[in-house]
Design a protein around this ligand. Structure first.
Ligand SMILES: *Cc1c(COP(=O)(O)O)cnc(C)c1O
Length: 382
């Protein structure tokens, strides 16, 4: 194959263990493997996380749960995203835990569970200020009461999600959300409702605030060895939290498909956006924006070849990218080019690519095409 991602499963293991070391005993580690495990490959990553001691896995959609169950994963799966009413039967067959924020889901899950002789385990999602998925506290409380009186269902969890904890070192709003969640849990308790699992912590909260861990945490990005943001890293340093060595796990590479010499004064690529000023040696890479290499890296990013930087020349195409190897005489046909990851002394981080592309590390790795094979790096555990 011409392009692939190698996953250092030892790094995944170490990240899970580092995160685990911050949890109070008994708290469940439920790393998030949505988005093809943030681009790292769903099955490979799920196995690595579970072997590293993850208790549950969080997925976004039923299809991901199906893939994991087909691959023999038996661990509890929590589906973070919406499961359609017509998908609920399969979700219950697969033993998924479901997020709950509407009456329709409750009624259908209750009816199905009774018919199937199973218990539907539901996690009520309460709004604390993100105004994305979930119900305002009053409506959530009313739905909780309905769960309590519906047959075949169990209110196993109560959840919420932070809006801006990783966007700033000023955590006033996140603290407010955390307090709102605690208020809601107390209101449930007043009604005699005590879901076994309260959970709200994403990576930033897991890293920064032990008091948000409660009975379960749902870290994503940190489990892959990336900080949620610079602000979170700064906040962790300021708070004198234990220093984590999060280790990035993904290396994306491709093989050089052609080496060519171009005279001075020639244009390179679509739009003639680059013109050589001297005789130039180019490496043609068989990767483009279709594969997830951002087009915004045109004339901006670089890749690593033989441990040295090779600048992107001209526009990134759908399936092809041109880089300058004039000063890398060792570059050769079918040699490796590193698009993301380390090579020799150099490393291209997802954060670097994100800065070039005007986005965040999350998007950089999740955008790597699903058709690009993910393989465990030789020498890493699996
Ligand atoms: C994606 C997601 C997470 C993980 O967030 P990170 O910032 O990657 O740690 C946790 N909870 C929910 C509901 C999510 O959608």
């Amino acid at each position: 194959m011409l392009t692939r991602c190698l996953i250092d499963t030892d790094a995944l293991t170490e990240n899970i263990q580092a995160l685990r070391s911050t949890l109070s005993p008994g708290a469940l580690m439920a790393p998030t493997v949505k988005g093809n495990a943030y681009g790292h490959g769903l099955e490979l990553t799920a196995r690595a996380f579970l072997e590293a001691g993850a208790d549950w896995l969080c997925v976004d959609a039923l299809a991901e749960a199906r893939t994991l169950r087909s691959a023999g994963v038996e661990a509890p799966l929590y589906v973070l995203g919406y499961v359609g009413l017509d998908e609920l039967e399969e979700a219950l067959t697969l033993g998924c835990r479901l997020v709950l924020y509407n009456r329709e889901t409750l009624e259908r899950a209750s009816a199905l569970a009774q018919r199937m002789g199973v218990t539907a385990r539901l996690h009520l999602k309460v709004e604390t200020g993100n105004n994305r998925q979930g119900l305002a506290p009053d409506a959530a409380l009313a739905l909780a009461r309905q769960v309590a009186s519906a047959p075949g269902v169990e209110l196993e969890g109560v959840a919420s999600h932070f809006a801006n904890i990783e966007d700033t070192t000023d955590h006033t709003y996140a603290r407010y959300q955390s307090a709102a969640f605690a208020d809601f849990c107390r209101a449930l308790e007043v009604e005699g409702l005590r879901p076994r699992l309260r959970h709200m912590a994403n990576s930033a909260a897991t890293l920064l605030w032990p008091d948000t861990h409660m009975e379960m945490v749902r870290p994503g990005i940190a489990a892959y060895g990336m900080w949620p943001s610079r602000e979170t890293l700064v906040a962790a340093l300021l708070a004198e939290r234990p220093r984590f060595e999060l280790r990035p796990a993904l290396t994306w590479s491709c093989r050089v498909a052609q080496i060519k010499e171009v005279p001075a004064g020639e244009y390179i690529g679509y739009g003639c956006s680059y013109r050589t000023t001297h005789p130039t040696r180019l490496a043609i890479l068989p990767v483009g924006y279709y594969d997830g290499y951002p087009r915004s890296l045109s004339n901006l990013g670089y890749v690593l070849i033989n441990g040295r930087r090779a600048q992107v020349r001209g526009r990134v195409c759908m399936n092809i990218t041109m880089v300058d190897v004039t000063d890398i005489p060792a570059a050769r046909l079918e040699g490796d080019a590193i698009l993301l990851g380390a090579c020799g002394e150099e490393r291209i981080t997802a954060e670097q690519v994100a800065d070039w592309a005007g986005t965040i590390n999350y998007e950089v790795t999740t955008r790597i095409g699903a058709h690009v094979p993910r393989q465990a790096a030789p020498g890493s555990a699996k």
